[in-house]
Design a binder for this molecule. Structure first.
Ligand code: NAD
Length: 367
């Protein structure tokens, strides 16, 4: 098992990564001297695969386990679902000493974390991510939240977990499309922070897609190290943490334009990175060689060969103006300067954004 620490003073916490560690979750949690009551939040797909293993391990360690199982999918990150969960917790007299355990992908993690941050003014929270995307990104760093019809992740908090337990064995059951989504965020880490890691990912794409155990363990560990490094320096995204949003300004707008159905988050980020790299090249900030390397790696991933919807650039830009990174309605982007380094968010003229969206449409058609 590999342990990485997110250093946040008294709120520092370990990320533990290993194959099969869900079966020792109970023993692991004992070291936090938590009260007996645990609430596992998971979705129906993950529940069928892993809930029994985790529950058994927790009960063996003396915990009393209550579970809330929700349908899968982004639509669950909603005020309605959160409301129903508060009601369920209250009906079962779950008190403020309980610990909420998120067992699932980013949807479960963001939603359960939001509930943990707000139920009875905050209860303990622990992450057990089960998708590649959640293990390399969403379970680390304390961003929790739900969507609003007017924008993604518009309601939420910074609420750090007590720990993250990432069992890489659980990734073996991931469908290909979910593997691709995780790879989007993995490639992002290489582009924003670590050229050597980018090369490793590029050479091992097939192994990552196949969830080859050693490669996947290396990838999850390196991404967590990089995210822990960023979050430890800028927990609340006042500055450096914004670089994690590379690909996300365009990506979030695409997700919303496809009503969160046509494109999944990680797919939208992959395409968003292509559009935002194009912007950087138009602004003469990145070499043609690095643009080629980024585009080649994205094209080598089985991303959707069609967006599944037609978009108007004007509408997408309107969505981007509502993005949390916008300042006074001016859309801002994290742009790559080379593989391994990006800028902080910077304003870009809307004519250039429209050009990048046009380029993206052509890029997808060429795939
Ligand atoms: N909080 C953050 O910092 C952060 C960062 C990135 C993304 N996110 C959020 O994460 C969400 C996307 O997360 P996601 O990609 O994990 O999607 P997801 O949670 O919807 O999971 C994808 C699908 O995989 C299934 N699944 C999960 N684990 C499985 C397993 N081991 N085997 C088989 N199937 C499994 C789920 O049931 C679901 O159907 C988005 O809402 C995004 O906004 C948050």
């Amino acid at each position: 098992m590999k342990t990485i620490t997110v250093s946040l003073g008294k709120r520092s916490y370990p990320i533990c990564i290993g194959a099969g560690i869900r079966n020792s979750a109970g023993k692991f949690l004992q070291r936090f001297h938590l009260p007996r009551h645990l609430v596992i939040v998971t979705d129906t797909i993950v529940a069928r695969l892993y809930l029994d293993d985790v529950r058994r391990s927790l009960e063996r360690a003396g915990f009393a386990v209550f579970s809330i199982v929700i349908p899968p999918g982004e639509s669950q990150k909603s005020l309605q679902r959160a409301g129903a969960m508060y009601t369920e917790l209250l009906h079962h007299r779950i008190g403020r000493k309980a610990t909420i355990v998120a067992l699932g992908g980013g949807v479960v993690g963001d939603l359960a974390g939001f509930i943990a941050a707000t139920y009875q003014r905050g209860v303990n929270f622990m992450q057990m991510p089960t998708t590649l995307l959640a293990q390399v990104d969403s379970s680390v760093g304390g961003k929790v939240g739900i969507n609003h019809p007017l924008g993604k992740n518009m309601i939420g908090a910074f609420y750090q977990p007590l720990s993250v337990l990432a069992d890489t064995e659980m990734l073996q059951s991931l469908p290909q499309r979910e593997r691709v989504c995780g790879i989007g965020e993995v490639i992002k880490y290489g582009i924003i922070l670590d050229k050597r890691f980018f090369e490793y990912v590029r050479k091992n794409l097939t192994n990552i897609l196949a969830m080859e155990p050693t490669v996947v363990a290396n990838v999850v560990a390196r991404c967590c190290e990089l995210k822990a490094f960023v979050v430890s320096r800028d927990e609340k995204e006042e500055n450096m943490r914004a670089i994690l949003n590379f690909g996300h300004t365009v990506g979030h707008a695409l997700e919303q334009a496809g009503h969160y159905r046509s494109l999944k988050h990680g797919e939208a980020i992959l395409l968003g990175m292509v559009a935002e790299t194009f912007l950087a090249s138009r602004l003469k900030m990145i070499s043609a060689e690095d643009v080629r390397r980024i585009e080649e790696v994205v094209a080598a991933v089985p991303v959707p060969r069609s967006l599944g919807f037609s978009f108007s650039a004007a509408k997408l830009i309107e969505t981007m103006r509502n993005d949390k990174k916008s300042v006074a309605g001016t859309v801002r982007f994290v742009l790559p300067e080379r593989v391994g380094a990006v800028t902080l968010p910077m304003p870009v003229k809307e004519g250039a954004i429209a050009g990048a969206l046009d380029y993206l449409e052509k890029f997808v058609k060429r795939l």
